[in-house]
Design a protein around this ligand. Structure first.
Ligand SMILES: [Zn+2]
Ligand SMILES: [Zn+2]
Length: 274
């Protein structure tokens, strides 16, 4: 069950986009992961859907050559669609994994994520969410906590920004030099709970995927924090990349209307006072 293939896809599955010369975004079915760096050294950010290790390895070879491996893997968070291939990749590459300290219990077998909320206001993906795995994986000593000062040891020039709400130890990654933001699921550019939108990848600024988000107050504050960074280009865990005016307008609108746009009208993790 836990390493089961999830039959969800999108028109962008298999797509590779270089959002910067040293940042390649790869879409696995419905989720994005990132190769950051060059032949001299690179890092994998997030690790795709269950059963996607072969795809990721193939893409690695295409970008960096046969036998290439990263310096490390950095996780935005530990949900199944971001760690699906992780155990296989770590076994194969033998590299360290970094995540926020508050996400470590879910990566070391100590704590499972709460069950997805199929009753949440939303479309078909929300309804099928009970099939999504929530059980913690166990990386043991392979996973390290990111330093509290925001530095990311294997990624000079980048900072981790704690953006909880979707999960307790969720982080986004920001590079100030060219204002690139890898937001993870803090916000996304597709309505992730709606199957048709996921399939077609219709662009829409949305809060974190609803069926797995447990703290909407924190999620709202996190999006505000990211908007304050005034990113020039952003890529999210789900949906296509966004830049310039579209990004600043989209984020500003999401911040101003978070309660209407992002927070579901009903669901297990929604407080009565919304
Ligand atoms: Zn997630
Ligand atoms: Zn996700």
């Amino acid at each position: 069950m836990e390493n089961q293939f999830i039959p969800a896809t999108s028109v962008n599955s298999g797509r590779v986009v270089s959002i910067k010369p040293d940042i390649h975004m790869f879409t696995v079915q419905i989720v994005n992961l990132f190769f950051v760096g060059d032949q001299q050294g690179w890092v994998l950010v997030d690790a795709g859907m269950p059963r996607s290790a072969d795809n990721i390895l193939k893409q690695t070879e295409q970008l960096f050559g046969e036998g290439a491996k990263p310096k490390a893997i950095v996780l935005t968070h530990g949900h199944f669609d971001h760690v699906g291939a992780l155990e296989e990749l770590v076994h194969r590459w033998d590299v360290p994994v970094y995540a926020h300290e508050m996400e470590l219990p879910y990566l070391t077998g100590k704590k499972d994520y709460p069950k997805p909320d199929a009753s949440v206001e939303g479309g078909l993906v929300a309804k099928m969410s009970p099939m999504f795995p929530t059980k913690a994986i166990d990386l043991g000593g392979k996973v390290k906590a990111l330093p509290a000062d925001g530095l990311i040891p294997p990624m000079p020039g980048w900072r981790s920004i704690h953006t909880p709400g979707h999960s307790p130890g969720h982080i986004s990654l920001f590079r100030a030099a060219d204002r690139v933001l890898l937001a993870g699921d803090a916000f996304v550019t597709v309505k992730q709970d709606a199957l048709y939108n996921v399939l077609t990848q219709k662009k829409e600024f949305q809060g974190p995927p609803r069926y797995l988000t447990t703290d909407w107050e924190a999620a709202k504050a996190s999006v505000g924090r990211l908007a304050e960074l005034q990113p020039a280009i952003a890529a999210t865990g789900h949906g296509t990349e966004t830049a310039g005016q579209e990004l600043s307008d989209g984020l500003a609108h999401l911040v101003a209307h978070f309660d209407e746009v992002a927070v579901p009208d009903y669901g297990r993790y929604v407080d009565d006072h919304h």
